[in-house]
Design a protein around this ligand. Structure first.
Ligand code: GLN
Length: 554
């Protein structure tokens, strides 16, 4: 294999610039040119992984097939590219320090003083190499945080050294910066971007490409100014303006400015004909859909809605498969508890109850599920959503009044959701979650089986509690089918209601495997059922003031 090339993506001025998305698009563009890529994110914070961080602060915890709890940017990587994403695709400062401290305690440093340079930077470089394992032509590494932060420094130093180690010809540095727009004077400002590039150059990194996040087009004058002060060619100043309709437009925007060709030039690789027609079709479908449906996403909305990132994306994908625009009504569980499900769900064509932890909002989720079950509204339950669907069914159909999950009521007389026998007693020690991909056998004749068209599927998990097998028969007899189990049959993975237009709930998280180019079958069919509901009289009504409305993916 030819020398592996590396692309490093840094960000300046502010965080949340869309560096993850841009890195994913760079991956996609290079793949379209026939190169195999890997994608990796290095996060400068001290948590060992985002597993214990609040999704309402940090965004969704993205689970990889190999069971790592990672940053949500990895979701973008998987949705845009074919890169193999796993535990080596995300490292934090905390995780890297953990390795160093373990080595130090073992005496691996042979009495030397352990220092940020070279020990920490060596460990970071090792992480970069591990992230690029396998058959990879170009390894893309995104550095989280903002240039100029104290905590980013060791990472920037490490990627500078990396260029020296492998040869400058084998690395490209891409810097993403914000160009703020001052409405009062109608001006776009380049100074913050200049400063962030100056910071990078101080460390010894000269960006090859400067991607500018902005709200308005960049004039020639601004381009020359940036070129001059940041020491990049005018053509290498790339405009990444906020997109109008969908994030899936970004690859074309970057292609139009020869981002991929310029990168390949820097890396000494030849450009081939990149074909993006598949992505063009996706954008066309999103921009001009044949119909529109509204889905209620019943969740805990405090702060960031990035907490449900992959679900929003998967709903959009389900829409693409049905040529439907999917509007998402964010229905807060506490509103359902206060105002009742019927008024908050009025006019929607489907209800999605996502995963979660903790008791807050459970009552609202159960009420929303009851409303969907009784009124024939398509319902999709995911993880905690599935557990709530089981609790609701046990209480209101089987008549087991206090049925619950032992996560929330340890002494419930009817623990329809509980820990497995072997999990008891170790539950509070951590590390007991079922994480990552597990096989699931689907039951012939179920809607779930028909959706996948497969007997055996693999889906990702992140939960501790399971459906209690003692209740299986009663569920089946009353019309709730066990539609999927672990291969040996001991764990319930999917339940679905027999006499209902579409009611499926999964213990796993199907949203992690949906792609715009390959929508997940359950999201496809859920939106399909919502489209059918809309066509047969589920009239859209004005949403009540208590819930927000937004377009999926936006
Ligand atoms: N809290 C539930 C469990 O641990 C569900 C978790 C989830 O929805 N991801 O089993």
């Amino acid at each position: 294999m030819a020398t592996r090339k590396h692309v490093f993506v840094t960000g300046g001025v502010v965080s949340s610039l869309g560096k993850g998305l841009t890195s994913a698009c760079i991956g996609l563009l290079l793949e379209s040119q026939g190169y195999r890529v890997s994608l990796q994110k290095l996060d400068p914070y001290l948590n060992v992984d985002p597993g214990t961080m609040s999704p309402f602060q940090h965004g969704e915890v993205y689970v990889t097939a190999d069971g790592a709890e990672t940053d949500l940017d990895l979701g973008h990587y998987e949705r845009f590219t074919h890169a193999r994403i796993g535990r080596h695709s995300n490292y934090t400062t905390g995780r890297i320090y953990q390795t160093i401290i373990e080595k130090e305690r073992r005496g691996d440093y042979l009495g030397k003083t352990v220092q940020v340079v070279p020990h920490l930077t060596n460990e970071i470089k090792e992480a970069i190499r591990r992230g690029a394992q396998g058959e990879v032509d170009v390894a893309i590494t995104e550095i989280g945080g903002t240039v100029g932060d104290i905590e980013s420094l060791p990472f920037l130093e490490a990627i500078r050294q990396f260029g020296l180690d492998v040869g400058r010809r084998n690395v490209a540095y891409v810097h993403l910066a914000l160009l703020p727009y001052l409405r009062a004077t109608g001006e776009m400002k380049t100074k913050p971007a200049q400063h962030s590039v100056a910071k990078l150059r101080e460390i010894g990194i000269q960006p090859d490409l400067l991607i500018c996040r902005c709200e308005h087009p960049i004039s020639d004058e601004i381009r020359s100014k940036l070129s001059l002060f940041c020491n990049v060619a005018p053509e290498a100043v790339i405009e990444e303006k906020d997109v109008e309709h969908t994030i899936y437009e970004i690859p074309e925007v970057l292609r139009a400015q020869r981002l991929d060709e310029q990168l390949l030039e820097v890396l000494g690789l030849e450009a081939r004909d990149g074909d993006l027609s598949k992505w063009r079709e996706i954008v066309d479908t999103i921009v001009a859909p044949a119909c529109e449906v509204e889905i209620a996403l019943v969740g805990k909305y405090t702060g960031l809605t990035d907490a449900y990132k992959s679900i929003f994306e998967a709903l959009t994908h389900g829409g693409i498969a049905n040529r439907a625009r999917v509007r998402v009504r964010r229905v807060a569980t506490h509103d359902v508890e206060k105002h009742g499900a019927a008024s908050l769900l009025a006019g929607v064509h489907g209800v999605l109850v996502p995963g979660g932890f903790g008791e807050r909002g459970i009552r609202g989720k159960i009420e929303a599920i009851r409303h969907a079950r009784e009124s024939g509204l398509p319902l999709f339950g995911i993880c905690l959503g599935m557990q709530c669907a089981a609790i609701e069914f046990a209480r209101n159909v089987l008549g087991l009044a206090d049925a619950h999950s032992t996560e929330f009521a340890e002494d419930t007389p009817h623990p329809v959701i509980s820990l497995l026998e072997e999990q008891r007693g170790i539950a509070n020690l951590g590390g007991t979650m079922r994480l990552g991909a597990y096989p699931c056998r689907l039951v012939a004749g179920t809607r779930t089986h028909a959706a996948y068209g497969l007997k055996l599927v693999s889906e990702r998990h992140r939960h501790r509690y399971e459906f209690n097998n003692a209740y299986r028969e009663r569920f089946e007899q009353a019309g709730m089918r066990i539609a999927g189990t672990s291969p040996e049959g001991e764990l319930v993975e999917v339940i679905e209601l027999r006499d209902h237009p579409w009611f499926i709930a999964t213990q796993y998280h199907p949203e992690f495997q949906s792609r715009p180019t390959d929508p997940h079958p359950l999201f496809r069919d859920f939106i399909g059922a919502a489209v059918a509901r809309a066509a047969t009289g589920g009239r859209p009504e004005t949403p009540p003031v208590t819930s927000e409305t937004a377009t999926a993916g936006g």
